[in-house]
Design a protein around this ligand. Structure first.
Ligand SMILES: C[S@@+](CC[C@H](N)C(=O)[O-])C[C@H]1O[C@@H](n2cnc3c(N)ncnc32)[C@H](O)[C@@H]1O
Length: 485
């Protein structure tokens, strides 16, 4: 792979005078980048140029890794083995840093008492490129600052994802290789111009990200009530059952059939930390359990619900996986039926026992509309004690999101929450669209109002609207993704 080429004289009289363009002629000529050196010695756009794959890969749709192989010239320094480690340490800012490339190689022409330290061609163009500290270190180790030219074979494996895709995709087009990671699955949201290259992109993501064995593209086609997006396999093995860990808790689920968002881990933790041993938690839209299971592990008694039968099945599975099946009771109901069924039945005894009760409602596009289900829920008011704390998630596009969501929550509840609620910013899901959590104690006036009226502000049935929410949320978080996974 490595081929020794020549020893280029790099005289010490070309000492580092970075203000002098003359000082950079030596190695520059070897890599044909002298034009990129500015008068101040700053190298512009050189990295890409030197490592850029051969032009013939442009337009490739079926990945041919061999086609990326090329020979490039890099500077190297001949160093006695006795001081090798010290020299490499002193030059760590100048040595070559490429995936899969060693910084030190054998000097094949000479005896084994020397090694060659490969230098970054866009940082070191001549002996004059070394900083004062580096030059001083070399002097102290008696290492002559003579650069040699080395031809090295740069392969597909030494390129970064962006470098491969930039070389393949049409010139000038945006190369977004961002994906969200869920266990072994990378999910992308490819743009139109990337679609002809989708299988190549998927394969590159697998090659460059250890542990990822399956890449999917979330298309914007809504598949069914619970399978919010149709997922298209791009590359790898088609295994959609992901195993993930979030805040130290294990979850397993079929990613193509349930909701899972790796960006909610901090929010899950934040709310779970508010729960104490012995508390009661009702999770109205529980998904596969990221609030319910950690709360149960903390010693809370949990009742968790999800309308999606697949979510419900994986929720039960995850309870067993985390050995909390005795602490979590699960339901497969519509949220309103859950509030007016199991929650309503359990609440009087809990209030009587002065238990702290938490009600988590994470269905951001719709949860506010479920708040009217609490109106007139109970008949007999407890003499004292606090009513349940509600954590209701919502989206807002308003200029003043806090005011907006409190107003909407108040409207649905039929009771002003201004001054008796707090709003937590969760995350920005799209430009001008925030996800927030409104937290409040259910007012006695609402729960014992005898008013069963509902503010149905929408004429569409819930499942249909839910799909729209998932579509908007998921699409936006993928677009803002920066390989978090
Ligand atoms: C945004 S996800 C949240 C899941 C989980 N709590 C989390 O934080 O990851 C909303 C969940 O609500 C469920 N869902 C949607 N509509 C529902 C409804 N009308 N009643 C109960 N659950 C519903 C979905 O299946 C989904 O699992």
């Amino acid at each position: 792979m490595w081929r020794y080429v020549s020893r280029a004289c790099s005289p010490t009289f070309m000492r580092r005078n970075l203000n002098s363009v003359v000082a950079v002629v030596d190695f520059c000529s070897a890599v044909s980048v002298s034009a990129l050196i500015s008068a101040s010695g700053v190298v512009k756009g050189m990295e890409q140029k030197i490592y850029r794959p051969p032009p013939q890969v442009r337009g490739m749709t079926c990945l041919d890794r061999e086609a990326f192989t090329q020979t490039i010239t890099v500077p190297a320094l001949r160093v006695p083995t006795g001081v090798l480690n010290k020299v490499v340490k002193s030059l760590k800012k100048s040595t070559i840093q490429r995936p899969g490339l060693p910084r030190v190689i054998h000097d094949k022409e000479e005896c084994s008492d020397f090694r060659l330290v490969l230098l970054d061609p866009h940082k070191v163009t001549s002996a004059a490129s070394f900083s004062e500290d580096e030059a001083e270190a070399l002097r102290s180790f008696d290492v002559p600052e003579e650069l040699q030219n080395y031809e090295l074979q740069l392969t597909y494996h030494n390129l970064k994802t962006e470098e491969v895709l930039e070389a393949v995709l049409p010139q000038g087009q945006d190369v977004t290789s961002a994906f969200s990671r869920v266990g072994h699955i990378a999910h992308m949201n490819l743009r139109e111009h990337q679609l002809p290259y989708k299988s190549l992109i998927g394969q590159v993501i697998i090659d460059k990200n250890p542990g990822i064995t399956c890449v999917v593209n979330k298309t914007n086609i809504i598949d069914s009530t619970y399978r919010n997006f149709k997922m298209e396999m791009l590359a790898g093995e088609e295994n959609m059952v992901a195993k993930v860990k979030e805040n130290g808790v294990s979850y397993e689920f079929d990613f193509s059939r349930v909701y899972w968002n790796p960006r909610l881990s901090t929010e899950h933790q934040r709310v779970v930390e508010l729960v104490k041993r012995g508390d009661a938690v009702f999770d109205v839209f529980a998904g596969v359990g990221p609030f319910a299971i950690p709360a149960a592990r903390l010693g809370a008694n949990v009742v968790a619900n999800d309308l999606n039968p697949e979510s419900h099945r994986w929720l039960q599975h995850n309870c067993k996986l985390n050995k909390v099946e005795n602490k979590v009771r699960t339901f497969n109901l519509d949220g309103r039926a859950f509030i007016q069924g199991p929650l309503k039945q359990e609440l009087p005894a809990l209030l009587k026992g002065k238990m702290r009760v938490h009600i988590v409602m994470n269905l951001p596009a719709l949860a506010l509309e479920f708040l009217d289900a609490f109106r007139g829920l109970l008949h007999e008011s407890p003499s004292d004690g606090t009513l349940p704390t509600v954590y209701c998630y919502c989206f807002s596009k308003d200029e003043n999101p806090e005011t907006d969501v409190v107003k909407r929550a108040s409207h649905s509840l039929g009771f002003p929450l201004e001054g008796r609620s707090s709003v937590h910013f969760v995350r920005n899901v799209a430009p001008n669209k925030d996800m927030l959590c409104v937290r409040f104690s259910l007012p006695t006036e609402v729960v014992f109002s005898g008013d069963h009226g509902q503010t149905d502000s929408s004429s569409e049935p819930a499942p249909k609207r839910q799909k729209c929410e998932e579509a908007a949320d998921s699409a936006s978080y993928i677009h803002s993704s920066v390989s978090e996974g």
